[in-house]
Design a protein around this ligand. Structure first.
Ligand code: MG
Length: 508
């Protein structure tokens, strides 16, 4: 619990009692598939947004596979989804047949790999966010050395242990390479899905698609039959011309008939490296937001490549500052903080009092305009590390870099001035959320927020749909806006010059 006093030039005294509302798992609940959408417990489209860990076998990644990092991603990045990308046939370092020569995938070291996944899954469940158990393979259709048998053992174990937790999503085949949907991937899925369903009748299962999960249209042409709560994988690397020109149209076509889940995506080339083209990045993310498709971005690692979120300075226990984040990490953190509400603890049954302290590395100043969502600033790389022998396909196309994101732009209306809702707040109720970056205060069903310049404040439902626009116009200083809505949990999205923030509030 935290009291904070701040004095602003325009006389907003920002103090607040922080009350928990609900963790993502409480808000969204068990996932299921209805038609072409993955929906939450209330039947509305559920767009999860978060981060994928890099291969667990990398020394630049493995140390981050812990609960501290999961907690940091939930609390500071507002991620409501993490992905445990567990290596299968790959290894890092020397020959995997050497006893101590390598960090080896599940085929070589099953217990070690399984324990790493369990660490992430346990932390995500504890935190009330979603987690993808990712069989991070490119070749599982080939059973010549027992890969499919290992997948049966692995998913059988995971379904028995975690099937009762709605947090868990099974990704049974990361990126099939150069194989047929009908002859290779579909038969594999028909083998693994019943193994999971034997123990877990309902959690979401995501099935890979041809061409590194870039061609879900091939699955759409002959989808799995007699399955429930199954979605299909789409992966994209936004700055890759091939992905823009071929994979994105394939995904749009597939989405006419099957549900998609983006278990992996990046701002960069498909190699995981190369330049970032923000025009293309925004093309992909505008589509993904429009369709409310869930996504996990690649990746949490301090490797020296542009898709990596972290520099080597980033602690393996979280508490990262902006200087610890590479360009991709800065953009993704800003994106997540702009769309996902603040993390709040699990309540199990509705709002409940709890504390919500501010995080280390975040400004404690209660002045208005946040700097936490400014656009990425590139800085020099620092580290080197071993290279994967199994990285994703390389594209060498080079794109013009535009470091300005055009998404999440501020108010688009010319209507200046007054809020469109002037009714009297209900003073008999009070629940407050305070965020010290924007001086946001919600109490007695009124919003007190400091705005500067062209600004827009909207009340959204938990699916991100606008319930009402509370402010849209110019402002300089503190405004108080009344919220009129049915009791329940909502999001307040604030957009202004150089910042965008989303907060979760309970209307009583
Ligand atoms: Mg279940």
């Amino acid at each position: 619990m935290k009291f904070k006093t701040g004095i602003m030039s325009f006389a907003l005294v920002a103090f607040a009692l922080s009350l928990a509302v609900a963790a993502p798992i409480d808000d969204i609940g068990a996932l299921s598939v209805q038609g072409t959408k993955v929906v939450g417990a209330n039947g509305q489209p559920a767009q999860l947004r978060g981060m994928s860990f890099f291969w667990n076998i990398s020394e630049n990644s493995g140390p981050y596979w812990n609960a501290d990092v999961v907690n940091w991603l939930a609390e500071d990045w507002h991620a409501n989804l993490v992905r445990a990308a567990m290596a299968v046939e790959d290894w890092w370092g020397e020959d995997p047949t050497l006893s101590n020569g390598a960090f080896k995938g599940f085929l070589y070291e099953p217990e070690w790999n399984r324990a790493m996944v369990e660490t992430i899954v346990d932390a995500a469940i504890e935190k009330g966010i979603y987690v993808i158990i990712d069989w991070h393979s490119h070749y599982t259709n080939d059973n010549s050395n027992g890969k499919q048998d290992s997948a049966v053992i692995f998913f059988s174990y995971m379904a028995q242990k975690y099937g009762q937790y709605p947090n868990v999503i099974y990704e049974i085949y990361n990126e099939p390479k150069d194989v047929s949907w009908e002859n290779d991937i579909k038969p594999y899925a028909e083998k693994i899905i019943p193994v999971i369903r034997q123990y877990d009748p309902d959690n979401l299962i995501v099935v890979g698609t041809p061409m590194w999960s870039g061609r879900p249209d091939e699955a759409a042409a002959k989808p799995l039959e007699n399955v429930t709560n199954v979605a299909y994988t789409f992966h994209f690397y936004a700055s890759d011309n091939d992905h823009l020109n071929n994979f994105l149209p394939a995904a749009k076509s597939a989405l006419q008939t099957i549900p998609l889940f983006v278990t992996e995506c990046g701002l960069t080339q498909s190699s995981g490296d190369g330049e970032i083209n923000y025009t293309m990045v925004n093309t992909f993310w505008d589509w993904i937001d429009q369709e409310k498709i869930s996504w996990a971005a690649w990746s949490i690692v301090n490797k020296n490549e542009t898709s990596a979120a972290l520099y080597a300075s980033a602690s393996t226990s979280g508490n990262w500052t902006e200087n610890d984040l590479r360009e991709s990490g800065k953009w993704l953190r800003s994106k997540l903080r702009g769309q996902n509400p603040e993390w709040t603890p699990i309540t199990g049954e509705g709002p409940k009092s709890s504390s919500s302290s501010s995080k280390q590395g975040e400004s404690s100043n209660s002045q208005v305009v946040s700097s936490s969502s400014t656009q990425p600033v590139s800085s020099s790389s620092q580290e080197t590390g071993p290279q994967s022998s199994s990285s994703t396909p390389v594209s060498s196309s080079s794109q013009e870099t535009n470091p300005q994101s055009s998404s999440n732009t501020p108010a688009d209306s010319d209507n200046p001035g007054a809020p469109d809702n002037s009714s009297t707040p209900d003073a008999s109720t009070a629940i407050a959320e305070f965020h010290n970056a924007t001086g946001f205060l919600f109490a007695a069903n009124t919003i007190s927020v400091s705005l500067k310049g062209r600004s827009k404040v909207e009340l959204l439902d938990l699916q991100g749909r606008t319930v009402s626009t509370l402010w849209n116009g110019n402002a300089s200083g503190n405004v108080i806006l009344s919220v009129q809505a049915k009791p329940g949990i909502y999001l307040v999205r604030i957009q202004g010059e150089g910042f965008h923030e989303t907060h979760k509030v309970a209307v009583k």
